[in-house]
Design a protein around this ligand. Structure first.
Ligand SMILES: [Zn+2]
Length: 159
């Protein structure tokens, strides 16, 4: 988060900020990585370091955990189809762990997380069948998702 000179932040100690009920405070000093950013009152962490760590953690999880990659891909796909008209994570309606369990319970013979990519996540009732936004949101729900071998999904007509 770039330091916005226009907002003229007042320097606050963590204690002062906490007393004022603020979630962030501004020390006026860069963090050890040189960010001129606010700190969180709760844990003194630099707001920018925190944001960068979140991005980095996401990247790392996607690299090492196929089920997380799948979860993010489902959310991205829902986001693309909902185009900002509804929250994709609310439409999908479950956490990474819950989606992993849901999909894993529907593995057919030979499916493993390591083979994710050879199988993909299929919408049982295709999203193209949606008649309204409400219906589309319904079809994004995880209960409409199943793992399907890519060749079978292609035969089904994709998506
Ligand atoms: Zn920082």
């Amino acid at each position: 988060m770039p330091f916005d000179i226009a907002s003229e932040p007042t320097f606050l100690t963590r204690k002062e900020a906490a007393l004022r009920g603020l979630s962030r405070f501004w020390t006026g000093r860069p963090c050890k990585f040189g960010h001129l950013a606010e700190r969180y009152v709760s844990n003194r962490q630099c707001v920018q370091c925190n944001a960068e760590n979140t991005v980095e953690r996401d990247r790392r999880c996607r690299a090492i955990d196929p089920s997380y990659r799948m979860f993010r891909s489902v959310q991205n796909r829902s986001g693309q189809i909902l185009r900002g008209e509804a929250s994709p994570s609310r439409a999908v309606g479950c956490s990474h762990a819950a989606l992993r369990r849901h999909i894993e319970a529907r593995f057919t013979d030979g499916m493993t997380w390591e083979r994710y990519g050879q199988w993909e996540v299929d919408h049982i009732t295709p999203l193209s069948a949606a008649r309204s936004l409400e219906h589309l949101i319904e079809l994004c729900h995880y209960s409409n998702l199943q793992p399907l071998w890519k060749r079978d999904n292609l035969a089904k007509g994709g998506a």
